[in-house]
Design a protein around this ligand. Structure first.
Ligand SMILES: *[C@@H]1O[C@H](CO)[C@@H](O)[C@H](O)[C@H]1NC(C)=O
Ligand SMILES: *[C@@H]1O[C@H](CO)[C@@H](O)[C@H](O)[C@H]1NC(C)=O
Ligand SMILES: *[C@@H]1O[C@H](CO)[C@@H](O)[C@H](O)[C@H]1NC(C)=O
Ligand SMILES: *[C@@H]1O[C@H](CO)[C@@H](O)[C@H](O)[C@H]1NC(C)=O
Ligand SMILES: *[C@@H]1O[C@H](CO)[C@@H](O)[C@H](O)[C@H]1NC(C)=O
Ligand SMILES: *[C@@H]1O[C@H](CO)[C@@H](O)[C@H](O)[C@H]1NC(C)=O
Ligand SMILES: *[C@@H]1O[C@H](CO)[C@@H](O)[C@H](O)[C@H]1NC(C)=O
Ligand SMILES: *[C@@H]1O[C@H](CO)[C@@H](O)[C@H](O)[C@H]1NC(C)=O
Ligand SMILES: *[C@@H]1O[C@H](CO)[C@@H](O)[C@H](O)[C@H]1NC(C)=O
Ligand SMILES: *[C@@H]1O[C@H](CO)[C@@H](O)[C@H](O)[C@H]1NC(C)=O
Ligand SMILES: *[C@@H]1O[C@H](CO)[C@@H](O)[C@H](O)[C@H]1NC(C)=O
Ligand SMILES: *[C@@H]1O[C@H](CO)[C@@H](O)[C@H](O)[C@H]1NC(C)=O
Length: 413
């Protein structure tokens, strides 16, 4: 009774939800020793023509029960041929070269006359589609392991292969305990290594999950002198500690400009135009463009490029800024740390900043226009104001006391 109800439940579930089948096959050689093993899941999506000249698309799976009778094992090449359903087959052939083996072709042959899958097909012939598999560079005496989905598409067929564990060229009839993990699995950081992983084969190393980057120290201050006349006369002067913070798709990353590794280039301004300071280090390149307008100058554009180790780079620029304003002939100064958003993905952090893009005299900064953030610019008026208020208070009290004394004095006398 119990057994029967279990079976009934299974049948109901089986008809309602399509189960994802795992296909497991063991191919034996003529000595009846295991020579090829596979445990995998495959789905196919096939578009075919139905009577009336329209197309129909069906999805089916490699079933759990297959016939591996057409398979064969050789010393340097072997074939896994899995026949299923009414005249369909799925074939992979492998070749071995030195210490590696790979799959050469995957061939799906389907029979359109199978009306349990291809209903109302206008043809009743068989169709073969050949795919190029991504199973390659598998170390001999290891099994290929790939849990990630690998989808390939050719003609009217789309094939998805996943949860693969397979070994061709099995040695001495026993499956290997060591695996060669596919690149896709290695790339996904969530991949949990199986208990079989050994660290002896380089191919089995799993990249550990990314950890938080170490905190970036504050930038060191550098002085940058631009001298384009070629006679040693400085035409643009800047001094700052600079850190850029940029968002490269995932996170905000911070990079300091290392003054010891920074090269200074640019253009000098003449006749109320613009001037550019380009600071290039091994990691970043920052271009500042200053504009002289009326009697004032300001930072008009910032263009930052960050070079990554892998050869790609990040770039962000804003050519519509008006920061660091001061009168031409003076310099702009901000000792306090300052963070400026340049774009959504880029901000500049500066400290001990002083710049003079125009009319530098004797290679030195002229009088500074200090930013409102600096202590001194806010504190001086406050201190002066407080001192004045205190002085007035004392004078008033002294006056009142003096008057009172004289009044009392007059009365007693
Ligand atoms: C494979 O096919 C089954 C049944 O059609 C479906 O439920 C499952 O989502 C498919 N899986 C993939 C990875 O395509
Ligand atoms: C049916 O599919 C074939 C190839 O997959 C395509 O050439 C043909 O145009 C399609 N026919 C219709 C009616 O969509
Ligand atoms: C596979 O082939 C062998 C003979 O080569 C035969 O005895 C066996 O029944 C076949 N198996 C299937 C499932 O067809
Ligand atoms: C497979 O190996 C056999 C001998 O082991 C050889 O005759 C045959 O040409 C090989 N086939 C391929 C495709 O390499
Ligand atoms: C096996 O691969 C070879 C190429 O290496 C190819 O010529 C041959 O047709 C393939 N055989 C099968 C049965 O897929
Ligand atoms: C299959 O094709 C043959 C020849 O093209 C034809 O004689 C036969 O009736 C077809 N069968 C079906 C089930 O369509
Ligand atoms: C497989 O792992 C074992 C240790 O677990 C090691 O001795 C052996 O050399 C490995 N084989 C290969 C092919 O890496
Ligand atoms: C250097 O060249 C600039 C521009 O040509 C000029 O103004 C300046 O006087 C020169 N300085 C010296 C020291 O020659
Ligand atoms: C730059 O060089 C100076 C002296 O050569 C050194 O004291 C300083 O630590 C260096 N800074 C960095 C960030 O390497
Ligand atoms: C920023 O600098 C890069 C490299 O010099 C350049 O290709 C790009 O056009 C610049 N972007 C802007 C907005 O100036
Ligand atoms: C290159 O490296 C950067 C940061 O390290 C990363 O964001 C980016 O995705 C990488 N690009 C490629 C193509 O690997
Ligand atoms: C700069 O951007 C950050 C993060 O995007 C934001 O929290 C901050 O308020 C912005 N600051 C200014 C001054 O817009």
């Amino acid at each position: 009774m119990f057994r029967f109800s279990c079976l009934a439940l299974f049948l109901v579930l089986g008809s309602e939800i399509q189960k994802a089948y795992t296909t497991e096959v063991s191919v034996k050689d003529k000595d009846n020793k295991l020579c090829l093993y596979a445990n995998l899941m495959v789905n196919f999506t096939v578009t075919y023509e139905v009577v009336g000249k329209s197309n129909n698309t069906v999805e089916f799976q490699l079933p759990g029960v297959v016939n591996a009778n057409g398979s064969s094992c050789g010393t340097d090449n072997s074939t896994l041929k899995l026949s299923f359903g009414r005249g369909h087959s799925w074939t992979i052939n492998f070749t071995k070269e030195k210490e590696m083996y790979k799959a050469d072709d995957i061939i799906l042959t389907y029979n359109l006359s199978d009306d349990s899958i291809f209903k109302n097909a206008s043809s009743n012939g068989t169709v073969s589609v050949k795919f190029t598999p991504s199973i390659a560079n598998v170390v001999v005496d290891t099994y290929y392991s790939c849990k990630s989905q690998d989808t390939v598409e050719k003609d009217a067929v789309k094939q998805t292969l996943w949860n693969v564990a397979l070994q061709a060229f099995v040695i001495n009839g026993s499956k290997s305990e060591n695996e060669t993990v596919c690149a896709k699995d290695k790339a996904s950081t969530t991949q949990v290594p199986t208990t079989h992983v050994t660290s002896t084969t380089p191919t089995t190393t799993v990249i550990p999950p990314t950890t938080a980057p170490p905190p970036v120290p504050p930038p060191s201050t550098g002085t940058y002198k631009l001298n384009t006349a070629g006679n040693g006369t400085v035409c643009l002067l800047a001094s700052m500690g600079l850190q850029i913070s940029y968002n490269d798709s995932l996170d905000f990353q911070k990079v300091n400009l290392d003054p010891n590794k920074t090269e200074v280039t640019g253009t000098c301004g003449s006749n109320n135009s613009s001037a550019a300071l380009v600071l290039t280090s091994d990691k970043i390149a920052v271009a500042f463009t200053f504009i002289e307008e009326g009697k004032k100058f300001f930072l008009h554009a910032v263009n930052v490029t960050v070079k990554h180790i892998n050869g790609t780079s990040f770039n962000a620029a804003n050519t519509n800024l008006s920061l660091w304003q001061a009168t031409v002939g003076s310099s702009y100064m901000c000792n306090k740390e300052q963070t400026q958003n340049v774009t959504d993905t880029l901000s500049l952090y500066t400290l001990k900043l002083q710049v003079q893009p125009f009319e530098v005299k004797n290679d030195k900064f002229s009088t500074a226009h200090e930013c409102s953030l600096d202590d001194t610019s806010i504190l001086i008026p406050i201190i002066v104001g407080a001192a004045l208020a205190g002085l007035i208070f004392i004078v008033v009290i002294a006056y009142l006391i003096g008057r009172r004394r004289t009044y009392v004095g007059y009365q007693t006398l």
